[in-house]
Design a protein around this ligand. Structure first.
Ligand code: C2E
Ligand code: MG
Ligand code: MG
Ligand code: MG
Length: 283
């Protein structure tokens, strides 16, 4: 429909598109002021070893609570943060918060615990990204080998030459890299081999399909196999029930994350969850 509205190089917005853009601009202003007023915070979702259920790390997930208490889901506001460029500032704050939280967990005795942080494409592409990362690590004192950055598969497929170099720079800081939502894009084996990544995260949709049929589990199986062949770690995301966990174990998937183990938790709730978990090994 948008195409039929294109005439002689001009683009006419339909009324509904106008509404959509106004809504986006409104949300961008709300996000900027919400960020400045401390409405953003992080929750942490535990990650476990599938064979033993032992927690080994957590993924930091961004939350936005409006003044009236309503929550805006990240799938709604992250695209706006990206579109407006705000993600660069917000992403730096997220990284520093997550690093600081890792330090608190370490101080509480969880010395083997890792922290995964989502990084947006816009943020990653920013020319100062690696400097920003180095500074955040230095300022917070977070050990780089306990920090993992998650980039999405779609991101991992763009601009191969630039990406390979940037990933190499990131790796030199000592942090590791996971490819998030893996299986939803079209990475080839040869492409993956060129990237210095450490872990693949099987997208939740494939975990959901896993109990349906042999066909349903084929992508999860393929990712596990791919990880093994390339010497990469593999984690399944969105594991919701024991049946899924069992099949993943049978496929040889070593790690998992999902509501079966824990929802994303506040820092206090994470500490409580860890303390109440018989598999936790606090030093
Ligand atoms: P993601 O990185 O793939 O994160 C996993 C999402 O799956 C999270 O949604 C998590 O709450 C949800 N999840 C985990 N286990 C289960 C499960 O068992 N069942 C179901 N149904 N869902 C599960 P969330 O927190 O809403 O985040 C959505 C997306 O927003 C994330 O997907 C990520 O792409 C993005 N995001 C979140 N925080 C950040 C951030 O700090 N920076 C950036 N750039 N993106 C972020
Ligand atoms: Mg993620
Ligand atoms: Mg994911
Ligand atoms: Mg996902």
């Amino acid at each position: 429909r948008a195409k039929s509205q294109q005439r002689a190089g001009h683009f006419y917005f339909s009324r509904s598109m106008g509404v959509e853009i106004r809504e986006r601009v409104r949300m961008m202003h709300a996000l900027r002021s919400g960020f400045q007023r401390g409405q953003l915070f992080l929750h942490y979702q535990p990650q476990v070893d599938l064979a033993t259920n032992r927690p080994f790390g957590a993924e930091a997930l961004l939350r936005w609570r409006l003044e009236d208490g309503r929550m805006v889901p990240p799938d709604r506001f992250i695209p706006i943060a990206e579109y407006s460029g705000l993600i660069v500032e917000i992403g730096e704050w997220v990284l520093r918060q997550a690093c600081a939280e890792l330090m608190r967990l370490r101080a509480a005795g969880h010395r083997d615990f890792t922290m995964s942080v989502n990084v947006s494409q816009v943020q990653f592409r920013h020319p100062h990204f690696v400097d920003m990362l180095r500074r955040a690590l230095l300022d917070t004192g977070a050990p780089p080998d306990y920090i993992e950055l998650e980039i999405t598969e779609s991101m991992a497929m763009e601009e191969p030459a630039l990406l390979v170099e940037k990933l190499a720079q990131v790796k030199r800081t000592g942090v590791s890299i996971a490819i998030d939502d893996f299986g939803t894009g079209f990475s080839s084996l040869s492409h993956l081999q060129r990237l210095q990544v450490d872990r693949l995260k099987i997208d939740r949709t494939f975990v959901t399909e896993i109990t349906g049929s042999a066909r349903g589990s084929s992508i999860a199986q393929m990712v596990v196999q791919l990880g093994r062949n390339l010497g990469l770690s593999v984690i399944a995301e969105g594991v919701e029930d024991e049946r899924q966990a069992q099949i993943l174990r049978q496929l040889g998937c070593p790690l998992a994350q999902g509501f079966l183990y824990a929802r994303p938790l506040s820092p206090e709730a994470l500490l409580e969850w860890l303390a109440g978990n018989p598999m936790t090994r606090a030093a």
